[in-house]
Design a protein around this ligand. Structure first.
Ligand SMILES: Cc1ncc(C[n+]2csc(CCOP(=O)(O)OP(=O)(O)O)c2C)c(N)n1
Ligand SMILES: [Mg+2]
Length: 303
């Protein structure tokens, strides 16, 4: 059984659930299929590399799916199109979920996923914008993505372009002081074209966030800085979608979406287990994980 999120986790001040579904049943099915494909890819890639970060990749799979397959305005065949929306994976160690999404969207052939972390592969352990088209920023040194996103959002305004910028941070990551400097800048510059997510899975590299440096009321902290804040179940595709729509309607200030998630989501033996932060599954564990995830996406369509 997969762990379920309790909606009681959401801060009542900012809890956000769409009153009714915003996705058609067909669209939700399509996105669920893609999210499953990304999760399967994450397991297969990290197993092939025998290295990498499955936990935080799996927790972000639904957010990344929604962004790449129903929200972002982008052209995989023209990755430098000036009017494209930008996505910055600030928690760069979750590279497998980004690579899986880019391959699925058509930025590069799926076979390349198997080269994760190999010498000279464009799919390095952390995303490298110089090596892989579609990667907007080289990340991995935690804390930098929001500043990078600020720059992109400000540039968009100065250039009179209407693209939007999305940044995904980890909850452990936002212990970095630089994040809070950036959070002040986003508000000061009225960056309403910027939406940041916190993948609030409550685990970091070596334990629970609350034990290492507590981040309770993260939404209230950002709200105190002047951000528009929404707290959602980060595995609920309708909630992710509706929250982004709300962010798009919000004028004059940036939006933070606190996405409550489960690290390792989808693979029960990995869920909420800190050991799976940066451990690759061995071949038998990968087999079990894939069986637990079930056939999905392309596999199900071909069956
Ligand atoms: C500046 C910096 N310090 C330390 C690390 C090592 N590190 C890699 S992942 C990680 C934990 C991140 O936790 P979190 O942001 O919660 O990520 P998630 O749970 O989503 O995987 C750390 C400390 C790093 N990559 N960058
Ligand atoms: Mg975390």
């Amino acid at each position: 059984m997969s762990t379920q999120l309790s909606t009681q986790l959401l801060d009542p001040e900012y809890a956000f659930r769409p009153a009714q579904p915003v996705l058609s049943a067909e669209e939700r099915n399509r996105l669920q299929g893609i999210a499953l494909t990304l999760r399967r890819d994450i397991i297969e890639m990290t197993a092939a590399a025998q290295s990498g970060h499955p936990g935080g990749s799996l927790s972000a799979a639904d957010i990344v799916t929604c962004l790449y397959f129903s929200i972002l305005r982008h052209r995989p065949q023209d990755p430098h199109w000036p009017d494209r929306d930008r996505f910055v994976l600030s928690k760069g160690h979750a590279a497998p979920v980004l690579y899986a999404a880019l391959a699925e969207a058509g930025y590069f052939p799926r076979e390349q996923l198997q080269t994760l972390r190999r010498l000279h592969s464009p799919l390095q352990g952390h995303p490298d914008m110089r090596k892989l088209p579609g990667v907007e920023a080289s990340t991995g040194s935690l804390g930098q993505g929001l500043s990078i996103g600020n720059g992109m959002a400000l540039a968009g305004k100065l250039d009179g372009r209407d693209y939007r910028v999305y940044v995904l941070m980890g909850d452990g990551e936002i212990q970095e002081g630089m994040v809070w400097e950036a959070a002040m800048t986003s508000v000061h510059r009225h960056l309403d074209n910027l939406t940041a997510f916190v993948d609030y899975n409550q685990l970091q590299i070596d334990g629970r966030v609350t034990d290492i440096k507590s981040l309770t009321h993260v939404g209230r902290r950002f709200a105190a800085f002047g951000w528009h804040v929404l707290e959602i179940d980060g595995h609920d595709l309708d909630a992710i979608h509706a929250a982004v729509q709300d962010a798009q309607r919000t004028k004059g200030r940036p939006t933070l979406i606190v996405a409550h998630t489960i690290k390792g989501k989808g693979v029960p033996f990995m869920e909420d287990q800190v050991e799976w932060h940066g451990t690759a599954p061995k071949p038998d564990q990968a087999k079990e994980a894939l069986a637990q995830l079930g056939a999905g996406g392309k596999e199900a369509a071909q069956a």
